[in-house]
Design a protein around this ligand. Structure first.
Ligand code: WTA
Length: 654
């Protein structure tokens, strides 16, 4: 193992070729960064012009971070349409250029190349279909689709008519889907018959059927045919997309939207309670997604760009669809998984489509690294120019493998730190401007002012070689505006602990050179294979089972997933632990939330370590899960210290 210190000592400057090609070099970065923080209004006033406005803005920024009256507005008097920015404005210059390359799950099936002109027509048809189903400006539409082009049509169609989409990742269960449909009072669910992934099929339509049992009778379901697999059909509720698309008109006028009208809601996990609906708006979000896409990846006209995320996550929103399409890019959309049919799939797709920028998650890199270099080496990866990672900290081993084996030492790695809430990249090295260090997110993007605070006092820690909680001073255009239907929760979550700052929930270190390293979450959010999960959600799923009296869930280090889900479960008095019950609980959580929340370890816990006031001491549970019994700290405040001994003695042997 490389120690953090050894890894940190390594610095990889960009090659002369990379610098020469880059939109932004070191000097330009410094000059632009300073301009962006010294006069944000001027800076963002200028950069807001990278997109087309129907009515140009005269106001740039109107922000208040004071707890109790938090308000975030960008370009508030401007009007625009996101789909017109992603489609119509490119038609004259690049109507015949490929907008989306779609690569299906099965490599034997044909890839599709969808031009901007075709994407425009498809989007318009979908928009007209939605209108014919009664969807109007401001209405919510839930999208529960596989990674197929129709997912992009659906997003852009909503944007076109001013409907607000809320995408639910296809790995979520019917219960989770129903909660999200009801949470935003959606009028329509757009789904498909089945979602093929890694050679298996998820029955999306029957999941939607099950979810709809828990929704209002008026919710309609638009069904895309993907596999042709059989689905049940309720006339009057279910609508056949493929049939309707044959009839639908090829043109739909884009709605004039205010910059601060919501573009989408995306549910994400927090440290407490159920997932919250993060709200992003129209103008600032698009400016920020487009600008970060171009500059972080050093995207140039004609390049082929591939982000392997799913549109069910924010990465797919900003960096498969909105950012790239606003820039007139060619964006690749992949339906499959990295290891199907085998571990060379990613690299074969890169070779086949001559990918120039490749963006993935550390968990995928770790999984592929473990399969051996031959899967990479048999493919021609000479087209690659920039590599990116996102979603979780990357360990130096994985970084070095990515750099050496995939990038052949020639491609800068942009380790992009950001969040669902931030809309776009917040800290990342820029290819031609910064040296990289394995595991460091390096520098803030333009307009982003990271601060390191003392976790207890909330006082800003200045200077270098310091560590603390990461907050952001001031706003940037891509910032979330509110929690859907609960502005109070928004203020409480992000603006109450450290007054006057946006609190990220992450810890960070600023090293001796002033470069940033994300140290992981400081709250009860865990990161499993780059998927964000609230331990509270898994706990409430477990206690909803009749056999469970109490549950506590923590993350623990997992070689491939980054973090695994470790559950301590106390059973009801009349229930006995058994392997069957263990299996049942695992299946239960998968049904309540989805396969992504499947517990890795369940340990039976006759008691949980609690303070005398009844608070579960998670710090201790984390240490036990990590197999780190030497540093449990002070256990004297526990109501019953013997509980800990029992847990250690019976720590699940996995
Ligand atoms: C973590 C994903 C280290 C972090 C875009 C953050 C990272 C959470 C990185 C947000 C990175 C994301 N290095 N940690 N490059 N990127 N994270 O909302 O803990 O799914 O708070 O957004 O992922 O996850 P989310």
């Amino acid at each position: 193992m490389t120690t953090a210190a050894q890894a940190e000592a390594k610095v990889f400057p960009p090659s002369a070729e990379t610098v020469a090609r880059a939109h932004v070099d070191a000097e330009k970065y410094t000059q632009m960064y300073e301009a962006s923080v010294n006069d944000p209004v001027k800076f963002w006033g200028e950069h807001g012009k990278r997109i087309d406005w129907i009515k140009p803005y005269t106001q740039v920024k109107d922000v208040n971070y004071d707890f109790g009256s938090v308000k975030i507005n960008w370009y508030a008097d401007g009007t625009l349409n996101v789909s017109a920015n992603c489609l119509d404005r490119h038609l004259k210059t690049r109507g015949d250029q490929t907008a989306i390359i779609w690569e299906p799950d099965d490599p034997n099936d044909e890839a599709q190349h969808i031009t901007y002109a075709e994407l425009h027509r498809r989007t318009c048809r979908m928009a007209n279909i939605l209108e014919s189903m009664g969807v109007r400006k401001g209405d919510r539409v839930v999208i529960y689709l596989p990674m197929i082009p129709e997912a992009a049509y659906a997003m852009l169609a909503c944007a076109r008519i001013g409907a607000i989409h809320s995408i639910v990742f296809a790995g979520f269960s019917p219960d989770a889907l129903a909660a999200r449909v009801n949470g935003c009072d959606a009028k329509v669910i757009i789904t498909a018959d089945e979602a093929p992934r890694g050679g298996r099929k998820t029955p999306l339509k029957s999941n939607a059927d099950a979810a709809l049992l828990h929704c209002k009778d008026t919710v309609k379901c638009l069904v895309v045919k993907r596999t042709g697999g059989q689905t049940t059909w309720i006339d009057g509720r279910d609508y056949d997309y493929n049939e309707m698309a044959l009839e639908a008109d090829d043109y739909c006028a884009p709605a004039e939207m205010n910059a601060e009208d919501p573009l989408f809601i995306l549910y994400t996990s927090g440290s407490t309670g159920q997932p919250k609906g993060v709200v992003h708006t129209t103008g600032g979000y698009l400016v920020y997604a487009a600008m970060t896409h171009e500059i972080t990846f050093d995207y140039h006209d004609g390049d082929i760009y591939w982000c392997t995320a799913d549109v069910g996550w924010v990465t797919g929103h900003s960096y498969i669809v909105y950012g790239p399409l606003a820039n007139g890019a060619t964006t690749l959309m992949f339906e499959g998984v990295p290891t199907y049919p085998d571990a060379s799939r990613f690299w074969q797709v890169c070779e086949k489509h001559k990918v120039n920028q490749f963006y993935t998650a550390p968990t995928a890199i770790r999984a592929l690294m473990g399969q051996g270099n031959e899967f990479v080496e048999k493919c021609d990866l000479s087209s690659l120019k920039t590599l990116g990672t996102v979603g979780e900290p990357i360990n130096p081993e994985a970084w070095n493998w990515y750099n050496d084996v995939v990038g052949k030492g020639k491609c800068p790695i942009v380790d992009t730190w950001w969040q669902t809430e931030t809309g776009g990249h917040m800290m990342t090295p820029l290819p031609g401007a910064h040296a990289t260090k394995p595991g460091s997110a390096m520098k803030p993007f333009f307009g982003v002012q990271p601060v390191v605070l003392d976790p207890q006092s909330g006082v800003e820690i200045t200077g270098n070689g310091v560590e603390g909680v990461l907050c952001i001073k001031d706003s940037w255009p891509g910032q979330m505006r509110t929690v859907w239907g609960d502005h109070e929760r928004f203020e409480k979550t992000y603006f109450s602990d450290y007054k006057g700052y946006y609190f990220t929930g992450d810890g960070c270190r600023r090293d001796e050179d002033g470069d940033y390293w994300i140290t992981g979450r400081v709250d009860d959010v865990i990161n499993v294979s780059g998927h964000r999960m609230g331990t509270a959600e898994v706990e409430s799923a477990l206690v909803a089972h009749a056999a469970v009296a109490e549950a506590a869930v923590v993350g623990y280090p997992h070689e491939i997933k980054g973090q695994g889900i470790y559950c301590y479960v106390t059973l009801m008095n009349d229930r006995e632990p058994s392997d069957e019950l263990l299996k049942e609980l695992r299946t239960w959580v998968r049904t309540e939330i989805g396969p992504i929340a499947s517990p890795d370890v369940i340990q039976w816990a006759p008691g949980l370590p609690k303070t005398r006031s009844g608070k579960i001491m998670r710090r201790i549970l984390r240490k036990i899960a990590e197999n780190d019994f030497g540093s449990l700290g002070d256990t004297s405040t526990l109501a019953d210290p013997s509980v800990v001994e029992d847990l250690i003695a019976n720590r699940a042997n996995k």
